[in-house]
Design a protein around this ligand. Sequence first.
Ligand code: HQG
Length: 227
Amino acid sequence: MADRRRLTKLSKFLALILRHQPERFGLVLDEEGWASFPEVMEILRGLPNFRWATRADVMAVVEQGSGEGSPDPSSRGFGATSADSVEPRSRAAQAEAYAEAGKRRFQVEGKRIRARYGHSLARPIRYEPCTPPSRLYHGTSPDTLASIRREGLKPMERQYVHLSPEPETAIRVGTRHADRPVVLTVRAAEAHAAGVEFHQADEDVYLAKHIPVEFLEFPRGYGYETI
Ligand code: HQG
């Protein structure tokens, strides 16, 4: 089994080919984001940087995240990172360990593999609609609040806005963007009743195309009082 550093690299590469640029590697995703697992293994075998990767290594990433280990909640004050980030490990290592905990980015079913969420492809990945819990949460940087106040939550570089069922998870997501993230509350049931479509990509990840500002509650202390 490859070491943790290699598994982290593998996780980032799988995010690249399954979320962002499959066509760059000749990979075809179906409308739910599934790709052929044997083809992914073939791509890895063809790349000098990933020739070492076995099916068991990919399964380790799928089942245990990138293997960065347990989070250390006392380590804050780190820079942004994510599966997609290619920042130097020295700067991002702590953040990564923290953000990694319990991540289930990928899914394998028989001979298929896909990223559960996070896509930026031009062609949207299709998810079944779901009934969301009454509230969902979104962790972000304080710097984005003025814009979010104007436009609501937008997917930005991705296909969907990503939302968390628990505020604690939203804080973890937000620490990728700011040392002191803020957590917005989404009145999800109300938005759903008003016609906003939600999807559940994983236990910890809900998706929506756009959350209009009238369904958002802003934290106190940032010039926007909770409604
Ligand atoms: C912000 C990670 C200005 C939004 C996580 C966020 C997640 C706006 C940033 C997944 C805005 C986009 C996704 C507006 C939203 N004006 N800024 N109107 N609306 N934003 O990384 O949700 O580790 O694309 O607040 O755990 O942070 O990769 O989205 O700060 O599940 O597996 O625009 O990525 O998963 O940032 O994270 P992102 P996110 P992985």
